[in-house]
Structures are given as structure tokens and as C-alpha cells.
Design a protein. Structure first.
Length: 152
């Protein structure tokens, strides 16, 4: 009989973006799922880079294209956690989350494709939205040099 330590966990990776806009006010995009707010993100496909996955997922979930985003190349948020996945029969997995940062360029209509709706949340740190992922991500943004760029 194998124990959890003898059987390695399945590893998954999701990538996405935290997207800011400056007009009409400095705010960031969150997606509303049934019971929570989330970021536009999704699982990486074989052969895809993290950045390619992030761009693909943002487009699939919001309609925002790569050409409409100005990426902050010095920012990368990573988190590893251990959820149970229904698609794997409740199996616990090791999940790595990678989030990049970008500013929306121009006036873009966001069209949620896979979720209930989107919300633009005013940038006013510290935020208390979701303590396991979103709040630590926003704290890292607030402490980064990018927050000075956002304020301009």
C-alpha cells in the first residue's frame, strides 16, 4: 500500500494576468465566478510558455488581446498550493500559479466568455478580497516599483 509520501502528487500550472486600467480610475480586473472573485488565468498546455498561456487565457476569458496589453516585464507572482481536483476524482495536486502584470491600453470592452461577469476594483491598497491568492498578489504589486508607475 502506497502512502502519500511514496506517490508523488500530480503537478499542474496555471498562468494569467492581473490587468490594470487607468481610465476612468486606476482599477484592476477580476472575474466573478459563481461563488468567488478570481483572476483571468488557466492551465498551461503542453509546449506553451507561461506567458503564452497567460495571453491565451486572458483572451479566452475576457476577449482582451495581447496587443491591448502593456506587460510589466519585471513582475512575476508565483504561488504553490495543494488543492483537490474534481476532474481527478478529488485527488490532491501540487498547483503552481503564475501571474503577470499588465496595463490595458486604450478603451477596451471586456467581454466575459467563460464566467458570469467581470468587476473593475478600484486600486486602493491594502485590499481585502481573497486572503489566499488575490490579497498577497495585490500586496506584492503595492510593494513593487510598478505601483509608482501606476500612480502616474
Amino acid at each position: 500500500m502506497q502512502t502519500q509520501t511514496e506517490c508523488p502528487l500530480r503537478r499542474l500550472k496555471s498562468c494569467g494576468f492581473l490587468i490594470f486600467r487607468k481610465v476612468p480610475e486606476l482599477s484592476f480586473l477580476l472575474i466573478r465566478d459563481r461563488d468567488r472573485l478570481d483572476l483571468p488565468k488557466g492551465h498551461i498546455k503542453t509546449g506553451e510558455t507561461e506567458m503564452e498561456c497567460a495571453f491565451r487565457e486572458v483572451f479566452e476569458e475576457t476577449g482582451i488581446s495581447q496587443s491591448q496589453l502593456l506587460v510589466e516585464h519585471g513582475f512575476r507572482y508565483t504561488e504553490i498550493y495543494y488543492p483537490r481536483y474534481k476532474r481527478f476524482g478529488g485527488e490532491q495536486v501540487e498547483k503552481t500559479l503564475v501571474i503577470f502584470l499588465a496595463v490595458l491600453e486604450g478603451d477596451v470592452t471586456v467581454q466575459p466568455e467563460e464566467h458570469f461577469s467581470i468587476e473593475w476594483v478600484k486600486w486602493n491598497p491594502p485590499h481585502k478580497i481573497q486572503k489566499k491568492t488575490i490579497d498577497p498578489l495585490l500586496k506584492q504589486v503595492a510593494q513593487s516599483s510598478f505601483s509608482n508607475t501606476l500612480a502616474k
